[in-house]
Every structure is written in C-alpha cells, then in structure tokens.
Design a protein around this ligand. Structure first.
Ligand SMILES: *Cc1c(COP(=O)(O)O)cnc(C)c1O
Length: 943
C-alpha cells in the first residue's frame, strides 16, 4: 500500500510520544478499515462543510530538551518571593515523600474519577482519609471529597443554605471579614439567582432578614472570634450558619461544629499543596448529618462487596448523574481529588500532634513578629489572632511595602494606610527579621520570648484525627509503602488504556508534567505584584493565542477551573452580553436531551429555563424540533448549549444550521468543547457558529485527571463577548487564572506537538476509534455512525440486547473487563445500557487489540449463556471481578479458575488483581458512612 506523506509523520517527530500506533501498526489498521490512508479515512469521517480552511500554524514542534530549556527560561521570568499576603494562600512544605510518591507519580495522577470502585480502592481510601480529616477538624459529621476552590465552596454553601433553610428570607449575609475573592464569587453566584447579598459586620447581622450567613475564621485581617451567639440567633430565625475556616487554625482553635455551624468550607492548600499562583488545591465542605443529601460534590462512602468485605465507593453516586435539568443543585463534576489526596497524606504524615505543633509554631512566630512591632510603637491589630496581623502604618504604607519587596517579601496592601502580614509553616527567623527591617526595625528574632495571643475562650478542647491511620508509624519507609500499597490497588493509565468516552484519557507525558514542580511555577502567590509573574503572563498569553487559533475564537478566559465551571462562566458571559444590549430578560436555553448533565445544571445556575430538544435515531439534534422551540421562545431565547461532535460521537452536518437558527432568534451558541479531541486541526467551533466554548484542558490538552481532578476549563469567546468575560463582569473562581500552575502542561503539550502534530493526534484518535468499531463489528452493534459508516473519536456499543438474551447487563461487562485488565468505558451515557469507548491517539495498536480481544471474548461468554452452555447466574460475568481470594478459595464454579481469572486481555505476569469483589452500591447508600471507621470494624468485616 502506498501512503501519502501525511499518513504518519517521521519517527523522530516529537509527537511520536503522544501517538500510539507505529507507522507499521497504522499500515495494518488501514487494511482492516479498507482505506488507503488517514486522508481517506478523515474524508469519510469529517464532513467537508465543517472542515477548517487553514492548517494550524504553530511554528516548529519542540523536542523534549528544547521544551524543558524553553520552559526553564520562561519560569525564570517569574520571581519567587516570600509571600506573606495571606488571603487563603499560604507557604507550605510539601513533604518530599508526598511530592515524589503522589504528586509526581503517574499511578496517582493518571487515574480517572473513581466511578468503578473495584479498581479505585486506593484513592477512595485516601479520599476517605481526607473526609475524616475535614470532618474531625471542623467538628461536623460529614464531608465531601473536595470542591474546586475556597471561593466556589463558599458560593456552593450559600446555595445549599438556601435549599435547606426553613427561613424564607431572600437575602444572604456575608461577613465583611471574608476574603475579598470569596465575597466576589458569592456575589457573582447570587446575582442571577435573585439572592441579595448583604456584606457587613457580624455585630450588625439581622438574623430574621436572611436565609443564611457566612463568616470567615480567622477573618481576612486576622480576627478570631467566637460565632456561637450569632449562630444561635441565626438558628432562632431558622437560618443556616456557614463558617469558612482555615484548617490549620482549627488545629488550635474551637471548631465550627462546636459553635453550632451548619456548614463549614475552606481550602486545604496549606496542608502541603503548593500555592501555584492560585491553584489547584482542594477546597472542602463539611456539614451536619441532616443536610448530607443536599451537599454538592462527590462523597466517598463505605459499602461491602459481594463477599461481604468492606469496600469503598462514591456514595449517592446516581445523584451525580442527576446533576441535571430542573433538579440540579450544583454542577460540580471534576473537583480536586489529587490535591485532596495530597492534603490527606499531609495529615497522615504529621498526625494530630504534628499538625498541632506546626500550627503552634506558626502562631508563636506571628506573636513574636507582633511583639517586635508593638515594642517599636506600631499599632498592631487585632488583639487576638492566629497567623495574621494588620499594622496601621499611615503614610508609610508605600514605603513599607516597597522595603519589604526589596527584602524579597510580599506583604498585603490593606486600605490606604495598613499592611497585612500572614505567616506560615515556611516562615523562618530571618523572614521575621526581614519584615521588621521593612518597618525600619533592626531586631533579632530571639529578642522576644514566645507567647500565645489566642483568646482563651477559643482554644480548642476537642480531639481530632483519632483514627489509626493518623497514628501509624511515621517512618518514611512505612509512609512510602502505604502510598505504594494504595496506588497498587488502583488501575490508572500507567497500567492500561482507560477508554472513557467523552473523557479523553490520553497520555500525560513526563516532560509536560515536570515543570509544575518547579518553584517558579509552584510557589507564586496569586495576588503577588504582577511584575513577579512575567513568566506566567507570557505562558498565558501564548497559550490563549494558540487556543484561539485552534478553536477559531478571539480571546480566552483562564478563570474556570473545571469544564462545568467553564460552562457556567460562558453562560454568565452570554447573560451579561444580553443585559448590556438591554435584553436581560432572555432566559431560555435550548439543550438537546443527550447533553452532559453539567449543561442543564450550569444553565440552572445562571437562572435560565432549560428547554429540552429532541434527538433523532442517530443521536443528532432534531433540527425541526430545535427550530420549533427556538421560534416558540424567540422573544426570550438566551441561547443553546450543544456538544460537537455530538455526545454520540457523530459529526453532525446540521450544526451550522442549528447555530444559524439560534442567532436568528437572538440567542447565543454555547458549544461544549469536551469532544475537542475529535476536532483539533480539522474543525473549529468558532467557525461553525459557536459564540463561546469551554475546553477541558484535562481531557484534550494533556492535563492528567488526578483521580477526579484537578482540571481546567478555560472559555474561548468571539470578539463581541470579550467585554463580558468574568474578568470584566464578575469573578467565577478564587484566583485570576484558575488553577494556573497546571497550565504549563497544556502549553508544553501544544509546543511539543506543533500544529501538524496536534492535527495528527486528532486524525489518529479517529483512526483508533474506527479501528475498534471495525474490530467489534458483528459481535456488538455500534450505534450512531456518520454518513459513511464511520464514527468520530469514540464509538458507542449496544449491550442492551444481552439483558434479554442472557440476563447480562452493562455492569456485568464493565466488571468483567476488570478481570481482563481494563478500566470500563463510559457506562450508560449518553444512552442507558451502552458503553462509550474512546481510545484516544495515545494507545498503540497492540493495546487496542488487547482490548478488542477482551471484548470479543466477553461476547463469547455471553453467547455461552445465551446457548445454555453456561449457567445464567453462576458465570464469569456475574461473578466479576475475580480477586486473588477467589482463586485460592474453594472453587465451586462451572468454569475454570483459568477462565475466571485470566480471560483474554489479562496479563499473566503483570495481572491486575482488584482488591475487592463487586461492590454493592445500594447497601452503601442505605448505610451511609463517610468517615474512616474504627479499626475494630475492620476486624469484624474480615470475619
Ligand atoms: C467532562 C465533560 C464536562 C464537564 O467537565 P468537568 O471538567 O468534569 O466539569 C462537560 N461536558 C462534557 C460533554 C464532558 O464530557
């Protein structure tokens, strides 16, 4: 066979790292598909009418060494200072063992969200440790497994309070001592929902005028106060009390639960997660048992497996799939799992005594710093504090701030005359002396004996972190092995393909990952003076420009730190645009029925009415239904949200028509960019008629999934929407550039791929998906093909017929794939009873074949049941997954151990053994336990 030069790029081309099939393997795949090469396949797959006119022009692709050299130079344009700015971002020491064994370990960072609990027991245990830690520190019964950042956690708590409060008041009270970014994000969230935000002093709070209130603890300027009385007043008025608390302070101070708070939120950044110019870090939320079902985000719980052994799982999991339509309470999907895991290990690493000691040291240093300033006559506020003080320096403000910068220290500018100082775990005696020098004082740190400045009444009296996991032997040997044991329980990309439709689990290459650990990216404070972040500015400008070229948009906002946040930010942008044109009444959003659950949830959050649009038998938008609904709601049409290619993995040619109809009726078009891996270099949402799209950088652009986060969901917009982006119309995230410190990953990916490489990745992603569809043809029905019988970058196979013919469900197949050494594809979405397979360009033909062999063998097992050769109940599918325990126990099954444990696909030597049998979901929801159980329980369960 003869190939055109574009079929595959030369072997030494940098993108071979990302492109799985070798040239020889691609030859074989073309034969199977009956095409002469990639050009022909792409012509059959991607309609001409939607193809982009110009190829991507990104300059020459960089090699790894060029990239790392270039990244270093960019990183060095950032100035790493000691930031004592506070505002929820603190210096912290990441224990090197955690940095190496978790943050920099693909077994942890390449894992997917733990929807398949049997292959996720390791990270589920670490997340349960996180929840236990939060629940203990806050004194509240139940915690979730992370939210995106402290500000959005505050906003989530506000809307949750509105849902659960018995008070019918319409206003929400915000303590003026909240961090400014928290106030800003709550205001943004409140506006479209008609919530009036009252910012003021807790002393002036009128409890009966509000459905809830939030207080910052310690306050942004350092105040620590007991909220017990205000909270009692709120409860008397049937309103909800929320405390946004620093978990480090809670190691010394009375916990929110003891004050009567209903909800606590905050950031766990200072538990060993670098500041990273704003993120990613794990925010937390904890609440009383009564409100657990109203809590947003994922919650890890404990259940049992089919043998009655303890097993972890995401509880209330079906609820997350119901973040949709009018029932939506939140759109949180991707959160901050990896960072929550890091924070939990920080607590495991230090234990309660260690944490208390760290908190005490921070406090003593702050007390010493204050004493030195007071001794020199400076006015230090407040009287009682934990780690933050404010000094009134009058006209000296500028001078002090500048002198501090000359000492390598950033202090906080507060009002016109004050300076804020927040100390942390990294503060050294020399740091304190440098701060004094900035105030013109020449003193030695040991001039002052330590003392406590915590108010007596607020000293914490309750214990925390009593569970055994926080009391294990802390020798690093033991720690390292604990992290390794948990990692080994999980199946991540470092072991096998994770063929998750719509989630694009591609390679996260080592060279892309390395720069995120560099101090120049990791240790910048998001509110440090802009001239210290020139490297970041260059990175963000260039990444935005490249994403504009890829998508056909005119500008990008980097604020949203997940895909769903991007949707929300994009819809707010559209709403602001309508408002500016005097059409603020437009509030109807057309969304096809097969949309991702976050779409209607996000529309709900901006106060819009969701009108569902039908899909035809091919999974494409029913254009006539769309037109009819657009006409019907013409006067109020805000816009539509569509996914391209469709969630069914088909390039619909009607997309241009759908965009046109929306525009004719005065609406704006939101194109969900989660499927961008099928488009980069071939087609641009901006050219199709989209006005705004989010990109999941943690899907298409190589940021790892981290076991359920971090992510980045920047939005691209057309020029007319630029003045309405969150930067201008209201913050959606805590930090100006969201989770800025993972942006180097996507940038590195683009720089090392180049325009040609990116396009090749798309083409090979389509090749890989079509190869799987072809190999499974005949055994399974592939739903939804394009006009030439091709699929896009993913394919949906139908397993519904086997429920009737053999009593085999999609769940049985997913669990059986674990025995074969695979993570299941996306299950039952967008169509119930199906599997959506997305191999990505990163997988080799050998891996695709291993997967197809496994799927074909499973089909034969189904056939054996259909034909009565295998028992309908006691068979390898129903008993899947098989554990090592099964292998050594008495074997009473009508199939061999060999067939049970080593089906096609399973490696003989490197066999992945799930640590538990099939997890009982219903049991876990009936017996909701979401903190670490006492060790005695483990013994019981094992009996
Ligand atoms: C993944 C995905 C989202 C949500 O992205 P998150 O980062 O998880 O919030 C939205 N839409 C589609 C189609 C997706 O696949």
């Amino acid at each position: 066979m003869a190939y055109t030069p574009t079929d595959y790029l030369p072997y030494d081309f940098a993108n071979r790292r990302h492109i799985g099939p070798s040239p020889a393997e691609m030859d074989q795949m073309f034969k199977v598909l009956g095409v002469s090469g990639l050009d022909e396949l792409i012509d059959q797959t991607v309609p001409k009418s939607i193809r982009q006119a110009e190829p991507l022009k990104m300059g020459k692709a960089m090699s790894e060494s060029e990239l790392l050299y270039f990244m270093r130079k960019t990183a060095q344009k950032n100035k790493v200072m000691t930031s004592l700015i506070g505002m929820g971002y603190h210096g912290t020491v990441t224990p090197p063992a955690i940095q190496r064994n978790i943050l920099e370990n693909p077994a942890w960072y390449t894992a997917y969200t733990p929807y398949q609990p049997e292959i996720s027991q390791g990270r589920l245990e670490a997340l349960l440790n996180f929840q236990t830690m939060i629940s203990d520190l806050t004194g509240l019964e139940i915690a979730n497994a992370s939210l995106l950042d402290e500000s959005t956690a505050c906003a989530e708590a506000m809307t949750m309070a509105q849902r659960v409060a018995k008070s019918k008041a319409k206003a929400f009270f915000v303590d003026e001592n909240c961090h400014p970014q928290n106030i800003a994000v709550m205001k943004t969230r409140a506006a479209p929902l008609g919530i009036e935000v009252i910012v003021g002093s807790p002393d002036d709070l009128q409890a009966d005028a509000v459905f809830g209130a939030i207080f910052q603890y310690p306050g942004t300027h350092g105040h620590v106060r007991d909220f017990t009385e205000v909270i009692a007043a709120l409860h008397a008025a049937k309103a909800i009390a929320i405390v946004s608390a620093d978990p480090m302070a809670l190691c010394l101070l009375k916990e929110p639960g003891a004050m009567g708070a209903d909800i606590a939120v905050g950031s766990t950044q200072r538990f060993g997660v670098p500041v990273g110019n704003g993120g990613p870090h794990a925010a937390y939320m904890a609440t009383k048992d009564d409100y657990k079902r109203a809590m947003p985000g994922r919650i890890v719980g404990i259940s049992i497996d089919s043998h009655g052994n303890r097993a972890y799982r995401l509880s209330l999991q079906t609820r997350e799939q119901h973040i949709r339509r009018e029932k939506a309470t939140s759109n949180v999907c991707t959160a901050q799992a990896l960072l929550a895991v890091m924070a939990s290990f920080y607590a495991v690493f230090h234990g309660p005594k260690g944490l208390r000691a760290i908190a005490q040291r921070i406090h003593r240093k702050t007390a010493r710093l204050a004493k030195g300033l007071e001794a020199a006559g400076f006015k230090v506020e407040p009287k009682d504090f934990f780690d933050t003080i404010t000094v009134d320096v009058g006209l000296l403000q500028r001078g002090v701030l500048q002198a501090a910068v000359q000492q390598g220290i950033n202090l906080r500018r507060v009002g016109k005359t004050k300076v804020g100082i927040t100390l942390d775990e990294r503060t050294r005696p020399e740091t304190i002396e440098s701060v004094w020098r900035a105030f013109g004082l020449l003193r030695k740190d040991d001039d002052f004996t330590p003392e406590y400045r915590l108010p007596e009444a607020l000293i914490r009296t309750s214990d925390y972190l009593q569970h055994d996991v926080f009391h294990m032997n802390r020798a690093e040997t033991e720690m390292m092995r604990y992290m390794r044991r948990l990692a080994d329980r999980d199946l991540a990309l470092d072991r096998a393909m994770i063929p998750l439709g719509s989630c694009t689990m591609k390679l996260n290459s080592a060279a892309e990952m390395m720069p995120i650990s560099w101090p120049e990216f990791a240790n910048l404070h998001p509110y440090a003076p802009a001239d210290q972040a020139n490297g970041y500015a260059e990175l963000i400008a260039d990444l935005s420009a490249k994403l504009c070229q890829i998508t056909g948009y005119d500008d990008f906002s980097m604020q949203p730190n997940s895909g769903a946040q991007g949707e929300y930010a994009g819809l707010l942008t559209i709403a602001d645009y309508h408002k500016a044109r005097g059409e603020g009444h437009r509030n109807v959003c057309l969304i096809p029925v097969n949309a991702h659950g976050t779409n209607p949830a996000s529309a709900q959050m901006v106060g819009w009415k969701v009108v569902a649009v039908k899909c035809d038998d091919n999974g494409s938008i029913d254009v006539e239904d769309f037109r009819a609904k657009a006409e019907k709601h013409s006067a109020d049409l805000a816009g539509c949200m569509i996914t391209y290619p469709s969630t069914h993995g088909v390039f619909e040619e009607t997309v241009i028509e759908v965009c046109k109809i929306t525009h004719e009726h005065g609406g704006q078009v939101y194109i969900d960019g989660a499927n961008m891996n099928a488009m980069v270099g071939l087609s641009r949402p901006g050219d199709l008629g989209g006005d705004v799209s989010h990109l999941n950088l943690h899907k298409t652009f190589a940021i790892p999934h981290g076991g359920g986060g971090p992510g980045m969901g920047p939005i691209g917009v057309k020029a007319h929407l630029v003045p309405h982006l969150p930067e201008k119309s209201g913050a959606v995230s805590a930090a100006p550039f969201g989770s800025a410190s993972i942006l180097p990953i996507s940038w590195a990916y683009i720089l090392m791929m180049g325009g040609e490489g990116l396009t090749q990745a798309t083409r090979v992603a389509i090749l890989n998906a079509n190869y799987i569809a072809k190999r499974l043809e005949g055994a399974y029905d592939v739903l939804y093909k394009g006009q030439n019988g091709r699929v896009a970058h993913e394919c949906i196979i139908d397993t519904r017929p086997y429920a009737d013919s053999a009593g085999v469900t999609v769940d049985d197949i997913a669990k059986r794939l674990i025995d074969c050494g695979f993570h299941a594809p996306t299950m039952s979405w967008p169509v119930a009873g199906t599997l959506m397979i997305e191999p990505t360009e990163s997988e080799t033909k050998a891996e695709l074949d291993r997967f197809c062999d496994a799927m074909l063998a499973i089909r034969e097992e189904i056939r054996a049941i259909e034909e009565g050769r295998m028992d309908a109940e006691n068979n390898p599918l129903k008993n899947a997954p098989h554990t090592m325990e099964d292998l050594v126990k008495d074997w009473d099954r009508p199939y061999s151990r060999e067939q049970g444990c080593f089906p096609p696909g399973a490696f003989r030597v490197d066999k992945y053994w799930p640590p538990v049998n099939r997890v009982d979901n219903a049991y876990g929801d009936r017996h909701l336990v979401c903190t670490c159980p006492p060790m005695s329980d483990y013994a019981e369960a094992a009996e």
